[in-house]
Design a protein around this ligand. Structure first.
Ligand code: GDD
Ligand code: MG
Length: 430
């Protein structure tokens, strides 16, 4: 894989954000560096061989959250995840008596796993044992107060994926997320390779935490006249990125932060256990806020409950080449998604005035501006008159993950954690 070498990054205490890197070519050759033409001049590039990428991928768990996708679409994604990765399907699909979609997913994965040999696990978000495991670990915030199951939501499913993946820390250092609602599995393959190239560019996880966030080349939209328009920034991303840029790069009109809502992202498992995470679709924008707070804003501040980061965190933003074909959400879905993202920014920066050392015009002004934007665009909730306040979950690493694992391991309930591939046997005693 060939990618551009980033020249610039912005630092906010321990948080370092690099400018967007571009995938130039997803074919693998030898490791090395070079110079490439980019249309308007020459650019430095870094090349990664297949061996280098596979070494990282063999240490990577890929979590695929799914809900309403068809078996065909899920299979299309899972089957294109590079073979060295361990895959965890976290399903929140319907489990009707006559139509149990989750069991059908497990059967499909078994067939695929048996023929490919890929390590695959599957777990259902509403599994009672998984809920009991979180209860035992102390992570009770994740549980629905009415029925005690794990709450609905993409972020919640991802947290379950991280908790399961953490049992593989002896052999796996990285965790990545790839949405199931992707009609072109080849792009999922490129996403995983881009994660690996990003990690290969970073210092060892012993020295620094890293996170790789992807921006799709485009989302094709079929217009009424029958033509495809290749939109380069989604409706939600356009809004959330613009406010993150006002926060991080207020004096510039560029789009330094281009991955505010990166559904496809990856990070070291250690970091995934340290981060506080936001509910639902606010999970991705809130990464930036938690890292800014704990890597910079809360440093030297009395009375702040945030636990400081123990080492630097580097965020790499990578633009991939494949267009992203997925089930496009309606206007209400998009509105809820950006409002949740902006709400995560708005509410969680309330105790800070400015970003020290940056040209930030002031956080309270920014919050007022966000509120005004939300009020004008239907992002305010009634009757509070406020932006939505997504639930923020404590870091999983602060819960007792050994107890989580004990409960998951107790007994053998095949539907709790369906082990599908060959090599995954033995984990969780299933
Ligand atoms: N396990 C689980 N549980 N998965 C879920 C849930 C849930 O409650 N809700 C949604 N998902 C899965 C979907 O099945 C899909 O594979 C993926 O999460 C994305 O959900 P969508 O509802 O399709 O979201 P989107 O496509 O509008 O938004 C995606 O892209 C945004 C950036 O444009 C998401 O990845 C967002 O998080 C992201 O910000
Ligand atoms: Mg989608």
């Amino acid at each position: 894989m060939k990618v551009t070498r980033p020249n610039q990054s912005r630092s906010f205490g321990l948080l370092h954000i690099t400018e967007e890197i571009q995938v130039l070519d997803s074919q693998c050759g030898l490791n090395g560096t070079g110079v490439v033409e980019n249309g308007s001049g020459k650019e430095e590039a870094v090349y990664f061989s297949n061996e280098t990428l596979e070494e990282v991928l063999a240490q990577t768990v890929i979590v695929v959250p799914c809900k309403d996708e068809t078996l065909e679409v899920i299979r299309g994604v899972v089957s294109k995840i590079p073979a060295p990765c361990l895959v965890i399907l976290v399903s929140n699909s319907e489990r009707g008596v006559d139509d149990d979609q989750y069991l059908q997913q497990v059967e499909m994965l078994k067939t695929f796993g048996a023929s490919s040999g890929q390590q695959i696990l599957a777990i259902h978000q509403k599994d009672p044992r998984a809920a009991r495991a979180f209860q035992a670990s102390g992570m009770t915030e994740l549980l629905d107060s009415k029925d005690g199951t794990i709450r609905n939501g993409k972020g919640e499913g991802m947290l379950l994926g991280i908790a399961v993946a953490s049992a593989f820390r002896d052999t796996h250092r990285y965790i990545g997320f790839v949405d199931a609602d992707n009609f072109d599995g080849d792009s999922a393959n490129e996403y995983c390779k881009a994660f690996a190239a990003g990690f290969a560019m970073c210092p060892s996880p012993d020295v620094e935490h890293s996170m790789v966030r992807l921006r799709w080349a485009s989302k094709p939209k079929l217009r009424e006249d029958g033509h495809y328009e290749f939109v380069t920034e989604g409706r939600c991303s356009r809004i959330v990125n613009s406010w993150l840029n006002k926060l991080f790069t207020p004096t510039e009109s560029n789009s330094f932060v281009s991955t505010g809502n990166a559904g496809e992202h990856a990070l070291t498992i250690d970091l995934a256990l340290k981060l506080r995470m936001a509910a639902g679709y606010a999970i991705e924008p809130y990464h930036f806020i938690d890292l800014l707070e704990r890597g910079h804003l809360a440093v030297n501040r009395n009375g702040v409950s945030a636990q400081l980061l123990d080492k630097p965190v580097r965020i790499l933003q990578i633009r991939t080449r494949s267009p992203h074909y997925h089930q496009s959400g309606g206007p209400e879905h998009i509105r809820k998604m950006w409002a949740a993202g902006l709400g995560a920014i708005y509410h969680n920066l309330a105790q800070y005035e400015t970003i020290p050392g940056s040209a930030s015009g002031g956080i309270s002004q920014l919050r007022q501006d966000i509120h005004k934007f939300a009020a004008e665009n239907g992002g305010i909730q009634h009757p509070t008159g406020e932006l939505p306040r997504p639930r923020i979950y404590p870091a999983l690493g602060d819960a007792n993950m050994a107890k989580f694992r004990d409960v998951m391991e107790a007994g053998s309930v095949p539907t709790t954690l369906a082990v599908v591939g060959l090599g995954a046997k033995g984990q969780f005693g299933v």
